[in-house]
Write a protein that binds this ligand. Structure first.
Ligand SMILES: C[S@@+](CC[C@H](N)C(=O)[O-])C[C@H]1O[C@@H](n2cnc3c(N)ncnc32)[C@H](O)[C@@H]1O
Length: 377
């Protein structure tokens, strides 16, 4: 099994780790000392890994069969290891080095200087150096959190930004304060739906189309539902504006009654839910009961490997970007209580797999809950 290294963006490394695990289900993802580097032991093909990175929100790059080198072992030894790597894993075509740092500076280790030395190794191995449009890029990360160097042929851009500034929710023709941040929406879609070949994403209460837009832009089939015809019309406007290649099927109706709303041919791999705050627009169900009814209805139409991601507002919670929330940790929901909500998952046949918190502002955070279908007895 090949051992790659995934390089995560700094926004929320714990969520990014869960996302890459969902996108590469046949890989074993292991945390190492570094905050934003993870080991990916994988049987997935380079094409499958490329497919995962292309749609990911939190992963900047994967370094293939990478070298992980403690800086304390010396730079000369590292350069020898890179030389050996180039001999053992040759590529055809032109090449360039892309070097960046994680988590600040390391005294005496400059990425640009190391990139120059590695460029020399590439030239010595007869690669044509093409800085603009290389056929292959050798990624180099200088990680200050663990004093480690990581290096390998890379897939992905290595950029800390995933291009989100080009598609901010506030720039859409139909914006409401409830509109989800595209970065979180994309991550939730990936966490719920897994590899793109798994099947469609279902945005259960689409509002302005937050999840639906990201799912369509990431090349997935999408169904999106809302009770409110104004929201359906607005979401359509936003989808047209985003001009995703993949069409999205918008359905006006009730997410608690999916069996009669979805086409019978729909294969849903991932359910994403950002329910209304407080009483829902029907005014008929309290928040936890509405969520339970949607979980129930989703379970009825879910395929065997489907997953569910729920995002709910909670009382302000300390930033916890490096780890999931412990099972026993108390979470104060803004509406309702965690005990009732977790019971709703269990009662409807879903097993909670992870919980994460994202800080929003002084009096608000968000809880992201990831659930999979509970094994039957
Ligand atoms: C918080 S908003 C979703 C915001 C969305 N994530 C976005 O990015 O704009 C919740 C939406 O749920 C819809 N809704 C409420 N009850 C519903 C139900 N039973 N079925 C479908 N949609 C419902 C509301 O009309 C509202 O648009």
């Amino acid at each position: 099994m090949a051992k790659h290294v995934a390089c995560l963006r700094g926004w929320h490394p714990a969520l990014a780790r869960a996302e890459i695990a969902a996108l590469l289900p046949s890989s074993t993802i292991t945390r190492i000392d570094a905050r934003r580097l993870v080991l990916v032991e994988s049987d997935e093909s380079p094409a499958e890994i490329e497919d995962a990175i292309e749609c990911s929100s939190g992963c900047q790059a994967v370094l293939f069969d990478a070298i992980l080198w403690p800086i304390s072992d010396g730079i000369e030894g590292f350069l020898d290891a890179v030389g050996a790597y180039l001999t053992a894993s040759p590529r055809h075509g032109s090449a360039a080095v892309r070097a960046w740092r994680h988590e600040g500076k390391v005294d005496g280790v400059r990425p640009s200087q190391l990139a120059g030395s590695i460029g020399g190794l590439l030239s010595a191995s007869n690669y044509v150096i093409d800085l603009e449009h290389p056929d292959h890029r050798l990624g180099l990360v200088v990680d200050a959190s663990s004093m480690t160097l990581a290096c390998g042929w890379m897939i992905g851009t290595g950029d800390d930004s995933d291009g989100i500034s080009a598609r901010r929710a506030t720039d859409r023709p139909f914006f409401k304060p409830v509109s989800l941040d595209p970065r979180l929406a994309r991550l939730a879609v990936n966490l719920a739906s897994g590899p793109r070949c798994n099947g469609a994403t279902l945005d259960l209460m689409t509002g302005t189309g937050g999840f639906a837009i990201e799912a369509a832009l990431s090349g997935r089939s999408v169904f999106a539902i809302d009770l409110d015809p104004v929201m359906i019309a607005g979401a359509q406007q936003n989808l047209d504006w985003a001009s995703a290649q993949n069409p999205c099927t918008l359905l006006q109706g009730d997410a608690t009654n999916l069996a009669s709303l979805l086409p019978s041919s729909a294969t849903v791999a991932g359910f994403v839910l950002d329910p209304p705050y407080g009483r829902n627009s029907q005014g008929s169900l309290e928040p936890e009961h509405l969520i339970e009814a949607v979980l129930e209805s989703s379970r009825q139409v879910a395929q065997a490997h489907a997953a569910f991601v729920l995002i709910v507002p909670i009382q302000s919670h300390a930033d916890q970007l490096d780890e999931a929330i412990q099972d026993e940790a108390t979470i104060e929901l803004l509406h309702g209580n965690w005990h009732t909500l977790s019971n709703a998952f269990a009662a409807t046949g879903w097993r909670i797999q992870g919980r994460w918190v994202e800080h929003v502002h002084a009096s608000l955070s968000r809880l992201i809950v990831h659930a999979v279908i509970a094994p039957q007895d």
